[in-house]
Design a protein around this ligand. Structure first.
Ligand SMILES: *Cc1c(COP(=O)(O)O)cnc(C)c1O
Length: 357
């Protein structure tokens, strides 16, 4: 159990009174901070007014990018209570990321306690409009003022909160995806499975290129053969081929193990679908499409939950999927996941974690 010291703000901000919140632009009144010092462990957990932090310009995070982050949401249900979706999965992934980046482990119970405590302090910030939520961003940065290339001895663990709008204010729109063959995001032995800022820094150039060509996101391929599909921007990816649900396996360590991905696999299997985790090549997809066997494709992630893919572009060779409409499996997953998250339907898997009434 953490002994969290709480200092409340004396100048609360005006809460937005609209559902047009966008994503990650508005932050709440408070944040959680905890320090790490070698030999002492994590210490001084506190909730304080949201404010800039002061860091030495030599702080290691600025130079060698020793940083990790997580992303999950708090949802307001119809009866006004607030709940999280499988937060233990995010916390478990956090420690896997930490291990890869030589960041000290965190106590899973302490992190869950910190998330719940901060969300409860900010409960009035959890929006109630349809499809809105409170995005939770835990992250850790290396803070030693030191230019040697080495794992740091001091860290800051922080949690900030951002009320976020509905991802689909005008209904679900299939996205256009550009298959990237020039740049790579992650390779075997690298940091693809870890949620760290460095992965994103390296992927921006591909994302910019795709956007210039009119595409929403990049589909990343394996770094070695440039044949097999890894994932989309900030989403894992699923294909339905001949009625079989297929998603790239995590074995290579180059794919981020999404909580939404795992939840889709578990739900689909509980409904009797065959889900195969294996390598999927671009060629297999294009052949299946030509033969009329590629039924649907969609991305999965906390932000959009399910994002149908309407078009793929492989070096100018474009294919339209499922008439640019959301497919039945994507729709069923979307309805069930969002139903569980916002408490509109029963939670058969016990995935929901209540924060407060
Ligand atoms: C966070 C993330 C995902 C999605 O993971 P969820 O836990 O489902 O939100 C997928 N790919 C990348 C690269 C990510 O950073």
């Amino acid at each position: 159990m953490l002994d969290i010291k709480i200092t409340l703000t004396t100048a609360p901000k005006e809460k937005p009174k609209t559902d047009k919140l966008g994503f990650g632009k508005i932050f709440t009144d408070h944040m959680f901070i905890m320090n790490y010092t070698e030999g002492k462990g994590w210490h001084d957990p506190r909730i304080v007014p949201y404010a800039p932090v002061s860091l030495d310009p030599a702080a290691m995070v600025f130079h060698y990018g020793q940083e990790m982050f997580e992303g999950l949401k708090a949802y307001r249900t119809a009866d006004g209570s607030i709940q999280l979706f499988r937060p233990q999965k995010n916390i478990e992934r956090m420690n896997n990321t930490n291990r890869r980046l030589c960041i000290p482990q965190v106590d899973p119970d302490d992190v869950l306690q910190a998330i719940k405590a901060l969300v409860e302090v900010e409960k009035d910030w959890v929006p109630a409009f349809d499809g809105t939520s409170l995005y939770i961003r835990p992250f850790i940065i290396a803070t030693d003022p030191f230019l040697g290339v080495h794992a740091a001895k001091t860290y800051l663990f922080m949690i900030i909160l951002a009320p976020s709008g509905s991802y689909y204010p005008e209904g679900i729109n299939p996205v256009k995806i550009f298959i990237e063959t020039e740049y790579v995001r992650a390779s075997r032995g690298g940091t693809g499975f870890a949620k760290c800022g460095g992965n994103y820094a390296a992927s921006l150039i591909g994302q910019e290129k795709a956007e210039k060509l009119g595409y929403a996101q990049v589909l990343w391929l394996d770094a070695i053969e440039r044949k097999y599909i890894d994932e989309v921007g900030a989403m894992n990816v699923f294909f339905v081929i001949d009625g079989e649900v297929v998603t790239p396996s995590l074995d290579e360590g180059s794919i981020l193990p999404g909580v939404t991905r795992a939840s889709c696999i578990e739900l689909l299997r509980s409904w009797g679908y065959t889900v195969t985790e294996r390598r999927v090549s671009v060629e297999e997809l294009y052949t299946a499409h030509r033969e009329g066997r590629l039924n649907e494709a969609f991305g999965t992630g906390t932000a959009a939950v399910i994002s149908p893919i309407g078009e793929l572009n492989d070096n100018g060779n474009k294919i339209i999927l499922n008439n640019n409409e959301i497919g039945p499996i994507a729709q069923k997953l979307y309805d069930n996941l969002t139903g569980i998250q916002w408490g509109r339907i029963a939670d058969p898997m016990g995935w929901v974690e209540k924060v407060c009434d």
